[in-house]
Every structure is written in C-alpha cells, then in structure tokens.
Design a protein around this ligand. Structure first.
Ligand SMILES: Cc1cc2nc3c(=O)[nH]c(=O)nc-3n(C[C@H](O)[C@H](O)[C@H](O)COP(=O)(O)O)c2cc1C
Length: 206
C-alpha cells in the first residue's frame, strides 16, 4: 500500500473492522517511515503512582500479534519502571489527518535474547552511540555533556568496538490491549474503541 492511499479518508463511511485495520496499517507505516507522524509516539509509564512520559521511536509493528516495539537503554528509568509495573500507554497523533490513537497495553522487556541480538545486528553505528554512554541515561551530570567519550561522539569507533553497547540495549514490546481511535472532522468527530481483551469493537461519543 502506498502512503498516500492513507490520506484524506472519509471515515464516516467506515465500519469498525475497516477502521481497526486502518489503525494497524498506520502503525506499520509509522514503524517503517521516519517521516510518518506515527514514527515518534509519546509513551507513558508509572513510577510509584506518578506518570512519566517521553517520546520514543516506533521500531516495529506486528498487527497479527497486536504488538508494537521500541528500543531503549536498559539503564534508563523507564526500563526499571516497566519491570515493576508493566502497564504502558502510547499516544500517537497525525495532525494532518487529525487522527489520535491512544494505545494501552502491557510491556514485555527483552534483553540479551534472540530478538535483541537480531535488532542489534542491524542497529547502525550512529544509533549504537545511544547505548555507549559511560553513565546511565537520565542520571545528572556536573556539566553539559553528551555522556559519550570524544571518540564515540565523533563516531571514531568501529562496529566491533560498539559491541559493548549491546549489554545496555533493550527492546520494549507492547502487547496492545486496546486502541482508542479519534478522528477530528469539521462535520462531526468520530471515535471508536477496540478492546483486544474481550475482542469487542465499539463506537464512542467523541
Ligand atoms: C524524537 C525522539 C525520539 C526518541 N526516541 C527514543 C527511543 O526510541 N528510545 C528511548 O529510550 N528514548 C528515546 N528518546 C529519548 C526519550 O524521550 C527520553 O528522554 C529518554 O529515553 C529518557 O527517558 P526515561 O528517563 O523516562 O527513561 C527520544 C527522544 C526524542 C525527542
């Protein structure tokens, strides 16, 4: 499917099944196209009852498994938060199409397994830099810094030398439990809820 097949749809003519498929098509494109507005969702986790949000890059969407994945440094706070409470929510908004998706699910954390090995193999040198900071991401520093040595900052290192970063590399797999779809339309907004816990698809009042 071409990207432009997705734009300017009249969703008033859609049934719930078509809409649900459309959500997953957008999420698949979001993972593969860096220019897609769905490429960088905001992801929320809980830390002792307090909400934490941050932007991540959507790396993979597997519609058949109702699964979304993003990569992170296992030393970052979100990893610990998710290991304590796996509840996770991802927020997507396409301002051109005026579509919002509120995805809720449970996170499954992957570290040093087949999934991470495969993804790490195809992670570019510049992306590997993210996993090569001396101190943990989100820790405080004495001054303004990337947290990287000068060699790494300048990408003056080999792929083999970047292998130490693999220990810090993790994949968060979101097992989607529901999608709340909202479409803003001048002639009347539309909203639907897809609940995978009981398989029900329902219209909602926007
Ligand atoms: C456009 C954009 C994309 C980002 N992608 C990721 C990502 O894929 N994984 C990640 O861990 N952090 C990513 N970040 C950084 C996070 O937003 C966040 O600052 C960092 O991971 C620390 O989060 P934490 O302290 O909640 O763990 C991204 C930030 C931006 C602005």
């Amino acid at each position: 499917m071409k990207d432009n097949e997705l734009i300017r749809k009249n969703y008033t003519e859609y049934n719930l099944n078509e809409l649900e498929q459309d959500c997953w098509t957008r999420l698949v494109i979001g993972a593969s196209k860096s220019r897609s507005p769905f490429h960088t969702p905001c992801v929320a986790t809980l830390n002792s009852g307090e909400v934490n949000m941050r932007t991540v890059v959507l790396r993979k969407t597997i519609p058949v498994d109702k699964e979304l994945r993003f990569h992170t440094d296992i030393r970052s706070p979100k990893w610990n938060e998710l290991s304590i409470n796996s509840s996770i929510s991802a927020l997507f908004y396409d301002s051109e199409e005026r579509i919002q998706l509120r995805v809720k699910g449970k996170a499954v954390l992957h570290h040093t397994n087949d999934m991470t090995a495969k993804a790490w193999e195809t992670t570019s040198l510049s992306s590997r830099k993210c996993y090569l900071t001396h101190f943990s991401p989100s820790s405080f520093s004495d001054g303004s810094t990337s947290g990287l040595s000068e060699e790494i900052e300048q990408e003056n290192f080999t792929l083999a030398e970047s292998e130490v970063g693999y220990e810090n590399f993790g994949i968060v797999s979101i097992q989607v439990q529901s999608i709340d779809w909202l479409w803003l339309n001048h002639a009347g907004h539309r909203r639907a809820f897809f609940d995978y816990s009981d398989g029900s698809f329902q219209w909602m009042i926007p």
